[in-house]
Design a protein around this ligand. Structure first.
Ligand SMILES: [Ca+2]
Length: 137
């Protein structure tokens, strides 16, 4: 990660941290992702946070946010690979294929897989799609 990336990440962190508390709460993260068209339930948001919160508080400090951001970028590029008809959304068949492929991967933590599944289900079946390149950054 270069210096300017860290600068951008810090700016993003500040924007998401709406009440300037220095940590990102589940509702702050939900609102931030929602403003990019990524509408997740608080339940999925909490799973996402739990997966990356090394302090186990249910909130994200800056370094935990960086880890979440990397996860989302990786997930997004994986989603894009499964978007076979390139319509920017994952249909049910594409989701099914994605889940099967991911399940077969070695070394995947069960918790990461659970979160990946929740994300896929929500964006693919209810949401507007996850493939917009500007969605995460
Ligand atoms: Ca906050």
């Amino acid at each position: 990660m270069g210096g300017s990336d860290e600068y951008l990440l810090r700016e993003n962190f500040k924007m998401i941290d709406a009440d300037n508390s220095g940590i990102i709460s589940p509702t702050e993260l939900q609102r931030a992702l929602g403003s990019h068209g990524l509408l997740f339930s608080l339940q999925t948001i909490s799973l996402l946070i739990k997966l990356h919160s090394t302090r186990g508080t249910g909130t994200l400090d800056f370094s935990e946010y960086v880890s979440l951001n990397n996860f989302l970028e990786k997930t997004q590029s994986e989603f894009a690979k499964f978007d076979v008809n390139k319509d920017g959304k994952l249909g049910k068949a594409e989701v099914f294929r994605a889940l099967n492929k991911r399940s077969a991967k070695d070394g995947d933590k069960p918790r990461a897989l659970t979160v990946f599944r929740s994300l896929l289900k929500e964006v693919a079946l209810d949401g507007p799609g996850f493939i917009n390149n500007s969605a995460v950054a």
